[in-house]
Design a protein around this ligand. Structure first.
Ligand SMILES: NC(=O)C1=CN([C@@H]2O[C@H](COP(=O)(O)OP(=O)(O)OC[C@H]3O[C@@H](n4cnc5c(N)ncnc54)[C@H](OP(=O)(O)O)[C@@H]3O)[C@@H](O)[C@H]2O)[C@@H](O)CC1
Ligand SMILES: [K+]
Length: 483
């Protein structure tokens, strides 16, 4: 099942639904225990707890309350705890008393040499950037200090994931019951995210979600005993040119690697495509192309009249179409090319192409921008980036955190569109095709890179490894999900 990411209001509603657990303070006790355990685990992994020192940065709300109770528990484990109170007269009273009872000390500024710092400035009640007093505390920290954020790194908007300046950058984020949208949208700011069970029920409408590996494995086309190359979906790729065959080779390569359906290619780079992938049925002219179940158009296509004619022809077909790269630039110039389409359309822009399509830059709130463009165009929009967002026109979003930016290399997008196109041809919705392709693409980048720079062809070469890990580990070799 996909993982859901909730808004602050959805979290508050789930907390309120617990009744006495919220009003009696039980939720906060559980939340604080989770934070303390995360810090203790970190300390134990780096030499033990006793005699270590932890600083707390405490804001005026319940987020500070969590951190104070967590500090009290740390104190009871022999940790030397110091706390800076940003708004002394609005500090959570019960939490402060507990910290004092456990031997914690209130200080004007945190001492040097701390083993960890707990960010209890703000959680889901935060607005805007860190205020100056909080910003000064974090700016003064030794850069190597482990930062543990309570609920969210302060300065990151819970609902949009906008990372204000300044904001806390956490190594570990401990959250409660359900994930917040910021944990997806600002994943790079949150570090490792841990969700503590505090007894909340279901929360949120699931409109912002992420596919798990198991979801992707279950969605991936696995041939059945009666399938042949046609029944698994034929994807047609219109990409590249004689002078610039690279995009054509990478995009068809992505499609070939993704499924065992058939791949057709149309364009001047047909000889180079076949040289790399003899299994591709490649022709130079549209009229020689056979039938397909989905098209991919755009990578390396150019933006001249010839390219425009190709985009027009593909979009006129009554099958799903993925438009990428130069195809998007053409489409930004000629939005009429999409008019009259009823079959699904998947647009896969990077930020620059997005700005051309939308008429304005993406801006910091990528979620809203992507949703608005999808709704306006009546198409599914996949916005590339370390956090890939795929939005349907009705507002449903799947995100994928690649976990690194190694895939941000020339040609990697061509591989992605090939993979997603093959999934469209196999009958997957644009939303699932885009999100599943992004996840496999990110896995392939990780498998190819393992911490060093890679080229797009390295990424392409690692797609079978990524798929093997997913399909065999998650489903068993037969494609049947283990229970
Ligand atoms: N309810 C419960 O029992 C449970 C709650 N839980 C925990 O409580 C958290 C939510 O608590 P919350 O609603 O009190 O809001 P919170 O995030 O602490 O911030 C509000 C305060 O911050 C201030 N402030 C705002 N922006 C700021 C900024 N940029 N920089 C500095 N300050 C800023 C704002 O001040 P104001 O704007 O009014 O001046 C206000 O005083 C939640 O994330 C979770 O950790 C869990 O324990 C589960 C049980
Ligand atoms: K926080």
């Amino acid at each position: 099942m996909p993982v859901y990411y909730c808004t602050a209001d959805e979290v508050r509603a789930a907390e309120a639904a617990t009744g006495d657990l919220l009003t009696g303070g039980t939720l906060m006790v559980r939340a604080a225990h989770g934070v303390a355990q995360a810090v203790l685990t970190e300390l134990r992994g780096t030499g033990g707890c006793y005699g270590r020192s932890v600083g707390l940065v405490i804001g005026a709300g319940n987020n500070g309350g969590d951190a104070l109770y967590a500090g009290a528990e740390l104190g009871r484990h022999g940790v030397a705890v110091t706390a800076v109170l940003l708004v002394p007269d609005q500090t959570h009273e019960g939490g402060l008393a507990a910290l004092r009872r456990a031997g914690g000390r209130i200080v004007a500024s945190l001492p040097a040499g701390l083993d960890a710092v707990v960010d209890g400035v703000v959680g889901i009640g935060g607005r805007g950037p860190l205020r100056p007093a909080a910003a000064a505390v974090f700016a003064a920290l030794d850069p190597d200090t482990t930062v543990v954020a309570v609920d969210l790194p302060s300065g990151v908007d819970a609902d949009t994931g906008v990372i204000h300046n300044p904001a806390v950058r956490a190594d570990i984020t401990v959250t409660f019951g359900v994930l917040r949208r910021a944990h997806l949208l600002a994943a790079e700011q949150c570090g490792r995210v841990t969700v503590i069970d505090i007894g909340l029920g279901a929360a949120g409408d699931g409109s912002v979600a992420a596919l798990t590996d198991a979801d992707v494995a279950a969605a991936w086309p696995v041939p059945g005993p009666h399938d042949d190359k046609y029944t698994q979906g034929v994807v047609g790729i219109v990409a590249g040119s004689q002078q610039y065959p690279g995009a054509a080779v990478l995009c068809t390569g992505g499609a070939v690697a993704a499924t065992s359906g058939m791949t057709r290619f149309i364009g001047g780079a047909a000889p180079q495509v076949v040289a790399h992938r003899p299994e591709v049925v490649a022709v130079e002219r549209f009229d020689d192309a056979g039938r397909v179940q989905a098209w991919v158009v755009g990578p390396g296509l150019g933006v001249d009249e010839r390219a425009e004619a190709m985009v027009e022809r593909v979009l006129a077909a009554d099958v799903p179409v993925l438009v990428d790269a130069d195809g998007l630039t053409v489409l930004a110039r000629r939005p009429d090319l999409r008019s009259g389409r009823t079959a699904p359309t998947l647009l896969t822009p990077h930020a620059g192409e997005f700005a051309r399509l939308a008429g304005a830059p993406v801006g910091p709130d990528r979620l809203t921008a992507t949703r608005e463009l999808a709704a306006r165009l009546g198409a599914t929009v996949l916005l590339k980036g370390r956090i890939t967002l795929v939005a349907d026109p009705d507002g449903q979003v799947y995100g994928n955190d690649a976990g690194s930016s190694w895939a941000a290399t020339a040609g990697a997008g061509d591989v992605l569109s090939g993979i997603a196109g093959a999934l469209l041809a196999a009958g997957r919705s644009p939303l699932v095709a885009g999100a599943a392709a992004a996840r496999v693409h990110a896995r392939a980048a990780r498998a190819a890179s393992r911490g060093v720079p890679i080229g797009a062809s390295d990424l392409l070469g690692a797609v079978p490894t990524a798929l093997r890990d997913l399909l065999v580990d998650e489903q068993g070799a037969t494609g049947v999900q283990r229970t």
